[in-house]
Design a protein. Structure first.
Lengths: 193, 193
DNA sequence: CCGAGATAGTACCGATCGTTCTTATCTGAC
DNA sequence: GTCAGATAAGAACGATCGGTACTATCTCGG
């Protein structure tokens, strides 16, 4: 049967629906383990529609990751903007991180996971994961500069290590308490900086 | 043609050869991306021999990871034993880590990578990755207790976060300098503990 | 020197993969 | 009302996957 009765014929909404469904199924089961058929079923879309919108599975993966990194960046920026200037803005990042670890079915960072799965190639997942880390470094660098830290670049790189370490340990151990532990480390590093 | 002329017919050596070849090809290209045919070719073994020794691809993966975690644990224990008692033993761990990041083709921790690739299942990779983290926590806990740190368990969990964070960032960014950065963080955390 | 076991090589099986194609139906602009 | 485009459903294709079967040859203990 063709298009479901009652649903809009809206190409942008279709694309967004596929992106959301693919993002969710990739997150839960991994990229390699999920076929286009499964994405199509989860999205309520046909394979033809997926290939017309994204060209290939590789294109779909890149679109999913690009969408994800942009959403994550916006979330962090908003959390930072809501916090008071200074050290609170850095801790606000790690408060958001702690809430993220506590989400049901948390499985780590989509960009790091995708780059790990695709570690033989220098494709979009590798590039997007590196750019994701660069975003964190730049964000922390700005906040540390605002907070008057002496060597903001060095401390920013330290905070990225803590953020990614807590993320993967929390994902592997299925333990949301890593968010609080990361925050303690960050406070120690800020005290020392 | 059958067994290569001049080579020993040694089942243990064959098994070890397959393990080494599989470990290397999994490390470079990932587990999902590598088929049994490729492992057989890399090992100079037939598929029959692989299946007789390991039963299935899943069994091979578990054997590879088990062998890997045991080797890694021995390396860390030896590095610790060579260092002077106290804080030096903890820093010796991170010196070994820094050398590991600098190895050609470094791609991160095999156990974390495998658990990430197989994140939908609660199989051997998940279990071995969690046990690998537990090894680190216990090792750091012992060393911190010896060094007279007040709350060794808390600091041990912090060091695991730093170790794993530096490992994944180094792997993604292809930057061995993360080893030195991790060491600086560790010194700060030890000073504060 | 002979039999049991290990091995390489290869063909093969059913399933699934990414991708393309066909068909039928619906939507929306004109 | 008509028609171009979007879509769903699913068949089909070649490739590859994990796993099995078969054959021929080698090693080694007796």
């Amino acid at each position: 049967m063709p298009v479901k009765a009652g649903e809009r014929l809206d190409p942008e909404a279709t694309r967004a629906r596929i992106l959301a469904a693919a993002s969710e199924v990739f997150r839960r089961r991994g990229i390699h383990a999920v076929g286009i058929n499964e994405v199509a079923e989860a999205a309520g879309a046909s394979k033809l529609t997926i290939y017309r919108n994204f060209g290939s599975k590789e294109g779909l993966v890149e679109a999913v990751l690009t969408d994800r990194t942009q959403r994550v960046r916006a979330w962090y920026q908003q959390a930072v903007d809501r916090a008071d200037a200074g050290r609170d803005r850095i801790l606000a990042v790690f408060d958001l991180v702690a809430a993220w670890y506590a989400e049901a079915g948390f499985r780590g960072c989509a960009m790091m996971n995708a780059a790990t799965e695709d570690r033989a190639h220098d494709g979009a997942p590798q590039r997007l994961a590196q750019e994701h880390l660069t975003f964190y470094r730049d964000l922390f660098g700005r906040l540390l500069t605002e907070a008057g830290v002496r060597d903001p670049a060095t401390t920013a790189r330290q905070l990225v290590i803590v953020l990614e370490g807590a993320t993967i340990v929390s994902a592997i151990d299925r333990n949301p308490a890593l968010g609080a532990e990361a925050r303690v480390i960050v406070e120690t590093l800020l005290d020392a900086a």
